[in-house]
Design a protein around this ligand. Structure first.
Ligand code: GDP
Ligand code: MG
Length: 441
């Protein structure tokens, strides 16, 4: 893994040259990535057009590494689109602040109601009441009761023979009388949009005057999410979106579609079935997920920020001229790795399939390992660093003693250095596109 990492870093240091046609290639790939992530086609078209306009404008400026600039633009635009106007849950109302949950059946309304209750209790010390207006399925009311208990909130009873509007009014009344800060209103969903359902929730909205009307949508829903979102937006003044089931393996393209269609900010992401499985939506991270490259873009930024450009160029020139890669360079690499905030911080930004290969213990071991290596190289004389082949038994013993390690460890480092050197010789440019293809696929 460390080998993979350093290769990655190196390839990013190489000067990716992205020409006009490369821009086209890149955008075609992004388009594919978006479609694969189930973003709706019109949304994709619109997005690509916007990025293209920005990217071509940027080219005139002539960045040092146009490839990085382009990835940056794509990622930023995606994150900005999804993250625009994001704000915390709004409770600015005469208490009780009413939050109305809307969405299709199975979207996760009931679960999210309880998760939200827990969040408001734990993080904002609110007194929370929940109520279910789902009178069509008796089990749904019981379900809310159960999860509300888990959340530590209070549940207002309702029964299937009542009208949702009456239930809501009674709950609101109770909440006022008992000084609740927040009233969460869970509603019925249908498997598909229907008139009666929309009318019912519109009536609820009118009667409750909620400060938040949250549209709950399943991230796995893919292309259909657009139609559902449009229908709910037409029926209700949505104030926010909750994307559920983000722990599934969908790339979550629904986020971009739903955000674009409703204009409402994505406030939360459901990340498990459990009561604490609700997170504040992170647009940057999600942009990486949609593009299928982890937070590779943040990694690019981190690398360019941490790496000394002059050093990197010197190194690249050395490799190109075949002059060879010595232990000084190796040390430089190790140090730049450290500059970038350590391995674990880099790991966070890699695509999951890569990150999954390294456990926590692997990481802390790897970081310790880096420090030891640095120590060993520092115990060498400049001459030894430049000509590692002169390091024989006596020198090895001296170096080991200086670094406080066993001779075997010095051997291991030299071996590793040789492998790295061989790899460096084989490397021929590469560039960002190649790297991204490798990582994305
Ligand atoms: P509702 O019909 O809209 O009220 O949907 P529910 O809240 O009953 O959720 C439907 C199913 O999705 C239940 O089995 C939930 O446990 C599950 N669910 C809801 N949110 C999430 C989530 O964020 N992650 C996972 N894995 N499951 C979820
Ligand atoms: Mg429900």
């Amino acid at each position: 893994l460390t080998e993979k990492l350093s290769r990655l870093v190196k390839e990013m240091r190489g000067q990716a040259r992205i020409t006009e046609s490369n821009v086209q290639d890149m955008l075609r790939e992004v388009r594919m990535a978006l479609l694969e992530a189930d973003v709706a086609l019109p949304v994709v078209r619109d997005f690509i057009a916007r990025v293209k306009e920005k990217a071509l404008g940027q080219e005139v400026v002539g960045s040092l590494t146009p490839g990085q600039a382009l990835v940056g633009i794509i990622h930023k635009e995606l994150a900005a689109t999804m993250g625009a106007g994001v704000s915390d849950i709004n409770l600015a109302a005469q208490p009780p602040a009413v939050i109305l949950m809307a969405g299709l059946q199975g979207a996760g309304k009931t679960t999210t109601t309880a998760k939200l209750a827990k969040l408001l209790i734990d993080k904002r010390k609110k007194k929370v009441l929940t109520v279910s207006g789902d009178v069509y399925r008796p089990a749904a009311i019981e379900q809310l009761k159960t999860v509300t208990k888990q959340a530590g909130a209070e549940w207002f009873p309702s029964t299937p023979d009542q009208k949702p509007l009456d239930i809501a009014r009674a709950a609101l009344d109770y909440a006022k009388k008992h000084y609740f800060d927040v009233l969460l209103v869970d509603t019925a969903g249908r498997l598909a949009i229907d008139e009666a359902l929309m009318r019912e929730i519109q009536e609820l909205h009118a009667a409750l005057n909620p400060v938040e009307t949250l549209f709950v949508v399943d991230a796995m829903q893919g292309q259909d999410a657009v139609n559902t979102a449009r229908a709910f937006k037409e029926a209700l003044p949505l104030t926010g979106i909750v994307l559920t089931k983000m722990d599934g393996d969908s790339r979550g393209g629904a986020a971009l579609s739903v955000r674009t269609v409703t204009g409402a900010p994505i406030k939360f992401a459901g990340v498990s079935e459990k009561i604490d499985g609700l997170e504040v939506f992170d647009a940057e991270r999600h942009a990486g997920r949609i593009l299928g490259m982890g937070d590779i873009v943040a990694l690019v930024e981190q690398v360019t920020a941490g790496v000394d450009m002059a050093q990197a160029q010197k190194l690249a020139a050395k490799v190109k001229s075949g002059e060879g890669f010595d232990l000084e360079d190796f040390l430089e690499q190790i140090r730049q790795m450290k500059k970038m905030g350590g391995l674990s911080s880099l790991m966070d930004k890699l695509p999951t399939q890569m990150a999954a290969k390294a456990s926590e213990t692997d990481l802390s071991r790897a970081e310790k390992d880096i420090r030891r290596k640095e120590g060993i190289i520092c115990s060498m004389t400049p001459q030894e660093r430049r000509k590692p082949e002169i390091i024989k038994a006596t020198r090895k013993r001296r170096i080991a003693a200086g670094a406080g390690v066993h001779v075997q460890e010095v051997n291991r480092l030299l071996k590793e250095f040789e492998q790295m050197q061989a790899m460096m010789k084989k490397m021929k440019g590469g560039g960002l596109m190649k790297m991204m293809k490798k990582l994305g696929g």
